[in-house]
Design a protein. Structure first.
Length: 304
């Protein structure tokens, strides 16, 4: 289904209450945990995994319903933020990953990863945030009309599930500097070939908590308030400014909460920042890991 020359990693599976959760576990050293969003999968991090596995243990999961993980029907799996967090937590527990973790977060992965970090802050040594959020809409930021339409209209839902509009649109528009090759585009789309494969895509859109009555709203608020506990952690922001959702307003909110963050931002790059700036960001992240190693050790020691 996926060209292994593009994704040359051993597929591993974790049993999650009878569902197969796919992940890759490559390299040795301190762990780097990659958490993807919607509508991508661990394939998004392939370049970083190749770059970092000589010096770090690279772990990247596919959320249930995404990538090479099982596509659970509605009723078999609760497609909510808290379930994603518990899945990630259970996987790391099973792998014995309990400290010195660098989180690499993209899109929904920011909220999922930081919610897991909020529950186990002693695990986290460093944070790399790439066009993502761990808080609600920044002040003055409006919810994008395209997402509102997909989330709240019958036609929008039909196009996401039946016409694969969300996945196809992302493959077309989320890389703005370097359009995806046919092979890379096909790899992004391959796990979402049928309407039954796109349940998670739709549920991620529906799980965006815009109102206090939403089931995921309270957790988002809790994580947002709890970000202060990570102010002593090294943090790197890598940003594509031509992101129609996680634009410069989100980058600036991260900077407001983490004034010490190392920031790299590109005006010509989009939401799929690792497609637009992959080699450059790989070098930046490798340098960040190297130069914050001593600070990482101090943070881990203080947490004990």
């Amino acid at each position: 289904m996926v060209d292994r020359t593009l994704f040359p990693f051993e597929s591993r599976f974790f049993d999650r209450d009878g569902l197969k959760l796919h992940y890759v576990d490559e390299g040795v050293g301190d762990p780097v945990v990659f958490v993807h969003g919607n509508p991508t999968w661990s394939f998004y991090f392939r370049g970083l995994i190749k770059a970092l596995r000589p010096t770090h243990r690279c772990i990247a999961l596919d959320h249930i319903g995404c990538g090479l993980s099982d596509k659970a029907p509605l009723g078999r799996y609760a497609y909510r933020l808290i379930n994603r967090v518990l899945d990630l937590e259970a996987l790391l527990d099973s792998l014995g990953v309990n400290e010195r973790v660098t989180l690499v977060l993209h899109d929904w992965g920011g909220m999922i990863g930081m919610a897991a970090a909020h529950r186990r802050p002693e695990r986290i040594a460093r944070i790399v945030a790439l066009n993502t959020a761990a808080f609600g809409l920044p002040e003055g930021k409006s919810f994008p009309r395209s997402l509102h339409w997909a989330r709240n209209t019958a036609l929008g839902r039909w196009l996401v599930v039946n016409a694969n509009a969300f996945c196809r649109g992302a493959a077309r528009w989320c890389a703005t500097r370097k359009p995806l090759s046919n092979e890379v585009r096909d790899a992004y789309l391959a796990p979402y070939a049928t309407p039954a494969d796109r349940i998670a895509v739709m549920r991620f859109v529906e799980d965006i908590p815009l109102e206090p009555t939403h089931p995921s709203f309270a957790l988002v608020e809790q994580v947002s308030r709890g970000l202060t506990q990570f102010r002593d952690r090294p943090i790197l922001l890598g940003w594509g400014e031509r992101d129609f959702v996680f634009d410069a307003a989100f980058r600036d909110e991260w900077k407001r909460r983490f004034p010490h963050a190392e920031v790299h931002s590109w005006a010509d790059s989009g939401h799929y920042i690792l497609e637009d700036r992959g080699e450059e960001l790989a070098g930046i992240i490798k340098n960040f890991l190297a130069k914050t190693a001593d600070q990482k050790q101090a943070v881990v020691g203080a947490a004990r």
